[in-house]
Design a protein around this ligand. Sequence first.
Ligand code: NI
Length: 226
Amino acid sequence: MLIEIPQVLAKEQIDEFLGELSAAEWADGRGSAGYLSAAVKSNGQLADGSPTAAKLGKAVLERLEGNALFISAALPFKIVPPLFNRYADGQEYGPHVDGAIRPISGTPHRVRTDLSATLFLSAPEDYEGGELTIEDSFGARSVKLAAGDMVLYPGSSVHRVAPVTRGVRYASFFWVQSMVRNDDHRRVLFELDSSIQGLASELPGHAELVRLAGVYHNLLRTWADS
Ligand code: NI
């Protein structure tokens, strides 16, 4: 399941993010990649322990906490603190898969990467290329979203970032361990939840809504680990 989540960041936040990121010190992105990925990876990343990454990452997580679409689609259990990358001058990230388990640096904790997320920070007209292409059971899809919008996709998928041939592409990315590990189960829950929300606004107070909400929670109880 691939889901676009619009306006994760507010407009004024995006300007603040871009200001901080353009002044930040960028490290070689290969530092955080496994050896197969490092061979096809060419970009900059904010280093581990970067105060800018910590500050902006915290702001991203605060916004996501209040984002009903994100919560419904991801059913998050644990989230890796967001990382930040920068592509320019033809930099790209060839086809790769993300590691299944991600340690949280400086802690003994690990996150299973059920879902990958990319939050676009640069406006699409400010750079050429840089599409994120995700291959999965639904075929290949390329996304290049408005600044502040985010795409959520299965951590299991092969994906790549096309060369950025003009301008600079800044993004934040991170992984989510979901309470519901199975992608198909998560999709059923997301569709059911969306449908209940739709009915609740069309037929507020309808008695069957309570039973449907019960079905949702009983499925969640069956499938969730927390
Ligand atoms: Ni990746």
